[in-house]
Design a protein around this ligand. Sequence first.
Ligand code: FES
Length: 194
Amino acid sequence: MQQRRTAGVAGRGQASPGLRRSTVSAERAAARIVVRKYGGQRRAVIQILQDLQERLRWLAPETLEAVALELKMPPAHVTSVATFYKSFSLAPRGRHICTVCMGTACHVRGGATVLEHFERKLGLRAGQTSPDREVTLERVNCLGACALAPLAVIDGRYHGQMNESKADKVLQPILRAGGPAPDAGSGPEDGEAL
Ligand code: FES
């Protein structure tokens, strides 16, 4: 697992007290199920956070708080684990994850043009999630499949030799399902994935 270079937390809105209470309760329930799956073992905290991120798509402050309560650990310890590894997302992520590689091989073969096209089509900058939480656009530095450069990954599926017309094709189902409005994203501009 890669370590987080920066522990950025962005894109969280303010919930009303009522909403916050129900969110905390839902997070606690999810944390309880996952912590039980690991027998309440504190040493499994990383796997517990991974499981929760898989279920919830990101780790909200309430989720970290709930894990600390369930494991009877100091909340600061759970938070420090979540911020240490950059594979943990501390900002909301969309239902669809679009990742464009900007590693050297992809960059020299047109990765920047591909990323710009994704940004234009989705109306998001790299690192942003649409307000309806449908789509997140991310950029990474190398996905380890340089022979496929330039590479984009849509919901876990690799699409090599990416270009503008291929991008239009792979993004069509997402955009047809009512994707984000142009220039409507929120979140950091240079978010990091996995
Ligand atoms: S540089 Fe893009 S996969 Fe390696």
